[in-house]
Ligand binder design. Structure first.
Ligand SMILES: Cc1ncc(COP(=O)(O)O)c(C=O)c1O
Length: 384
């Protein structure tokens, strides 16, 4: 059994989460507070045995470890020739936006969605075409008629899918993915599927790789994956891209090279290879721990008027605060000012997230207990 209860001080480590804001309890930024698994740590220590940190090449073992993990866990066998290295999922997205679309073309998003998708589109002079998810009875689903209308737009050439979806936590079904695939082929829209959260899924539930669903999905898509999110090592800046279609693959490969994100740093490979080859128990235990955190947190705050969106993926919780305010920024500011607990306001994920907040629960139980008590304290002093 791994000890996820252990507290690890992170102050003064140049941590984005712990050093960039002065917060008593930061529960933002999608990364964990857990010590990494043995394999990841050993990978770094092993590489340190040669104290010369020169430029690296991507070893075959890197791709083979991904292939093996996806075969064992997700029942799909990637061909090694389909795979490319990239320094991160976000670099892959930005590079693909630049390579596959022209300025002023439109990129479709299912919103609310991960904030960096907007940056990758807007910073490159492209246009965001939002298709809001339908929010009904505290559940989310795709508005396929709206999505089809958006895809029909001849200026729409790319869609970025998040599978499972950050921040609402939906694991898309085979039928939903199939329908996206059909529409994308009908209207010539390439689908870029960001599957970075795919291994943070509760036992008994399964994510479905987009490219495994149909030939349409396979041949008209680019899949961005990374072990870093699941194994808690995003600072290593390492990921992979899977592109079965050779024409698209050539484009993505040229894009990543031109943008200089096709080579990893000296620690980018061995920790990932070890994690994917030996880290299954760590992931299973960590997912169970996070599930229990979610249960404790929602149980501890039931009857408060906060509405927790039920989800079986992701270690963040998406919370509807509309019983308190339609502008969640007020809620987040009040929480921070009165208690020092820092969470993310939903507007960061688009207009459709305006009355929501996102809370990161990948932390030790003591922090969860403290967060419950700080939330209660802030709620009591917040105007209803
Ligand atoms: C959906 C999604 N994609 C990508 C990333 C970041 O990927 P990377 O660190 O590989 O650039 C995140 C991080 O939170 C995320 O939530």
């Amino acid at each position: 059994m791994y000890d996820f209860d252990k507290k690890i001080p992170r102050k003064n480590t140049n941590s984005l989460k712990c050093d960039s804001i002065n917060s008593k309890l930061p529960m933002l930024v999608a990364e964990r507070e857990f010590r990494v698994g043995e394999g990841s740590n050993k990978g770094i220590l092993d590489r340190m045995k040669c104290p010369i940190y020169g430029y690296s090449i991507t070893p075959d073992e890197y791709f083979l470890a991904y292939i093996s993990w996806w075969k064992r866990r997700h029942h799909i066998e990637f061909d090694k020739d389909w795979m490319l290295f990239s320094t991160g999922v976000v670099p892959t997205i930005s590079s693909t936006v630049r390579k596959l679309t022209t300025p002023a073309e439109k990129v479709i998003l299912l919103t609310p969605c991960f904030n960096m998708f907007y940056n990758s589109i807007l910073n490159n002079g492209r246009v965001v075409l939002s298709s809001d998810l339908i929010y009904e009875n505290h559940e989310y689903r795709i508005d396929f008629s709206d999505l089809e209308n958006k895809m029909k737009d001849p200026q729409a050439t790319l869609m970025i899918l998040c599978n499972p979806h950050n921040p609402v936590g939906r694991i898309w079904t085979k039928e939903e993915l199939e329908r996206i695939g059909q529409l994308s082929v009908k209207y010539n829209v390439v689908v870029l599927s960001d599957e970075i959260h795919c291994d943070i899924v509760e036992e008994g539930y399964e994510y479905i790789p987009y490219c495994s669903v149909s030939d349409e999905c396979k041949m008209n898509s680019i899949t961005a994956i990374s072990a870093t999110k699941c194994f808690g090592i995003p600072g290593l800046q390492s990921s992979a891209v899977v592109v079965p279609n050779p024409f698209l693959r050539h484009k993505v490969w040229r894009g990543l090279n031109t943008d200089e994100c096709a080579e990893g740093n000296v620690f980018a490979y061995t920790p990932i290879i070890n994690a994917l080859n030996d880290g299954e128990t760590w992931v299973n235990e960590m997912n169970a721990y996070v599930k229990e955190n979610k249960r404790l947190f929602t149980e501890g705050l039931k009857d408060t008027g906060l509405i927790f969106i039920e989800a079986h993926a992701l270690y963040v919780l998406w919370v509807d605060v509309s019983n308190y305010t339609l502008d969640a920024k007020e809620f987040v500011d009040h929480l921070y000012k009165t208690t020092g607990l820092y969470i993310t306001e939903g507007i960061e994920y688009g207009e459709a997230g305006k009355s929501f907040v996102r809370i990161n629960l990948a932390t030790n139980k003591d922090n969860i207990k403290e967060a419950i008590s700080l939330m209660k304290e802030a709620i009591n002093s917040f105007k209803k």
